[in-house]
Design a protein around this ligand. Structure first.
Ligand code: HEC
Length: 268
């Protein structure tokens, strides 16, 4: 686990080292990355907490999540995240890891959806069970190849919708995802934006989430990442677990298919 972690962090620090030549303030970030490197990824704590939450009988029904079906059968976790989002016959919906965990907490454990999703992301002093669970589930795909061919008609439809959203310009600034993420080497200030339209680019992005964000001091899930990017595009903020987010995930995971997951990651 540690060799992998060091490789991820070293790559992040190396990327920033080039930028530091151009601007001094980036040095602070490098210093923080060095600290992280010495201490390990804080996301690993959350991963452990997620495992506990997964295995513990909870909710009105007092059962664990161990029978939750993430697409590979009840309880089958290894490599499941790398194959999401996918179509689920029981809900007749294409679901990502986060919507499926919420579904299991509601259907197996008997929680109410609004209670489960109220704290879908952590704030200072307030942890999020979903964040921990998804970090654990993601970690169980570490080293697995992303494999979202989107062959089922519903998956193919979502991939198309995701692609459409990615390229569609709208909002007060007439932004699209592609404006920021459609070119090699594009930066805002000194942040690498990442080209998400190639297999390598999408893989480098998708394969590291959930990720500990050094700039935020918190682990972010893919839902949070994409909802925040909608905000960056000055678009109306979608609801947590919205179909538009899942559609973007299908499109990006399909593009990233064949690349290997290294998660939890560390990102700026
Ligand atoms: C105004 C520019 C901008 C727009 C528009 C934008 N993003 Fe982003 N995106 C960013 C920035 C900045 C980051 C974070 C880079 C960093 O912090 O290092 C980011 C990060 C990401 C990441 C994570 C990349 C990685 O390497 O892990 C994904 C995935 C992503 N954006 C997808 C999208 C999608 C999908 C859309 C359209 C809904 C979108 N973005 C719109 C600026 C933008």
């Amino acid at each position: 686990m540690h060799a992998r972690l060091h490789a991820v962090v070293a790559a992040a620090a190396f990327g920033l080292a080039g930028a530091a030549l151009a601007e001094g303030s980036t040095m602070d970030e490098i210093a923080r990355y060095r600290e992280m490197l010495a201490e390990g990824n804080p996301a690993e704590l959350l991963e452990a907490k997620g495992e506990e939450l997964w295995k513990k009988p909870r909710g009105p029904n007092k059962v664990s999540l161990e029978q939750c079906d993430l697409g590979l059968g009840p309880g089958a976790l290894d490599g499941a995240y790398a194959r999401l989002p996918r179509y689920f016959a029981d809900t007749r919906k294409v679901m990502d890891a986060e919507s499926r965990v919420v579904h299991c907490m509601v259907t197996l454990q008997g929680f109410r959806e609004e209670d489960v999703t109220r704290n879908w992301y952590s704030k200072p002093g307030q942890e999020s069970d979903i964040e921990a669970l998804v970090t654990y589930i993601g970690g169980r795909s570490n080293g697995a190849k992303i494999d979202v061919p989107a062959r089922h008609p519903e998956e193919a439809r979502m991939a198309k919708i995701g692609e459409y959203i990615f390229y569609r310009r709208s909002g007060p600034q007439d932004f699209s995802c592609a404006i920021c993420h459609g070119q090699e080497g594009k930066r805002i200030r000194l942040q690498e934006l990442g080209k998400l339209t190639t297999q390598a680019g999408a893989g480098a992005a998708m394969g590291n989430w959930p990720s500990y964000r050094v700039s935020q001091g918190a682990v972010w899930t893919m839902q949070r990442r994409l909802i925040d990017c909608m905000r960056q595009a000055r678009w109306p903020e979608p609801k947590y677990l919205a179909d538009s987010i899942v559609a973007l995930e299908v499109f990006l995971q399909k593009t990233a298919s064949g690349t290997v997951m290294q998660t939890p990651g560390i990102k700026r």
